[in-house]
Design a protein around this ligand. Structure first.
Ligand SMILES: [Zn+2]
Length: 202
C-alpha cells in the first residue's frame, strides 16, 4: 500500500536531486546558520583565498587535506525536509572549531601566513553558499567520516548531509536564526544571482 508519507518522501527525495537553482520558488528554500569557523570546511576553502577575494572556478581540492565537510553535526533536532539550503554564517564563533586540526589544516592551505581567528571572519553575518540537503539521520559510531561526530542519549547528534555545495560569487548579508529557517523572499532574490551555474566546491 502506498501511504501518503511514502509519496511525500519520494517527492522529497526527487526534489533533493532535481531542481534548478535559478527557478526554485522562494518558499521552497531553507537556511541554516553555522558558527564560524565551521562554515570554512564546507564552503570557503579554495573558493575565497585570500579573504574577501572570491574567484571561480574553484580550484581543485589539494591532496592531503581533509575532504570538504559535507556532514553538519547538530544536537537536539533533526528534520525531514530536503531541498535547497542556504549556508549562513552567524556572528558567533566556536573555539572548538578554531582548534580543530582539520579546519586549521584547510585554513593554512588557503590563507598561508594569516592567523585563523574570529577577526578574519569578515563574512560573518552572511549567506556564503548554497547546497542541497539530501539526508538527515541519527549519528552512529563511525558514520559519515571524516566530519561526522557521534553522540547518543540526551545530547544525541544528528547528521545533516549536504551535496552540490556552491560557494556564492559574493556573500549576501542576512540575519541568522536557530535550527532550519525559511529565508524571506527578498533574501532569496539576492542570493539567486550569486549561485554559480555549475558546481563549485564538491
Ligand atoms: Zn551519519
Amino acid at each position: 500500500m502506498t501511504t501518503a508519507r511514502a509519496v511525500m518522501q519520494r517527492r522529497l527525495d526527487e526534489y533533493a536531486w532535481e531542481f534548478d537553482w535559478a527557478t526554485v520558488p522562494a518558499e521552497d528554500w531553507r537556511a541554516i546558520t553555522l558558527k564560524g569557523p565551521w562554515d570554512f570546511p564546507i564552503a570557503a576553502p579554495f573558493a575565497r583565498a585570500p579573504i574577501a577575494e572570491w574567484s571561480y572556478p574553484v580550484p581543485a581540492h589539494p591532496a592531503g587535506l581533509p575532504e570538504p565537510k559535507r556532514c553538519e553535526n547538530r544536537t537536539w533536532w533533526s528534520t525531514a525536509w530536503r531541498g535547497p539550503l542556504m549556508i549562513h554564517v552567524g556572528k558567533n564563533w566556536d573555539e572548538d572549531g578554531e582548534d580543530d586540526p582539520r579546519v586549521r589544516a584547510m585554513w593554512r592551505a588557503v590563507c598561508p601566513g594569516l592567523p585563523l581567528t574570529r577577526k578574519a571572519w569578515t563574512w560573518a553575518g552572511h549567506v556564503t553558499a548554497v547546497a542541497r540537503l539530501v539526508d538527515c539521520h541519527r549519528s552512529s559510531p563511525g558514520c559519515c567520516p571524516p566530519w561526522g561526530a557521534y553522540a547518543t542519549g540526551r545530547y544525541a547528534i544528528n547528521h545533516l548531509i549536504l551535496r552540490d555545495v556552491r560557494a556564492l560569487t559574493a556573500p549576501v548579508g542576512a540575519r541568522g536564526y536557530q535550527q532550519l529557517w525559511t529565508p524571506h523572499a527578498g533574501l532569496v532574490e539576492q542570493v539567486r544571482p550569486m549561485v554559480p551555474a555549475t558546481g563549485g566546491a564538491r
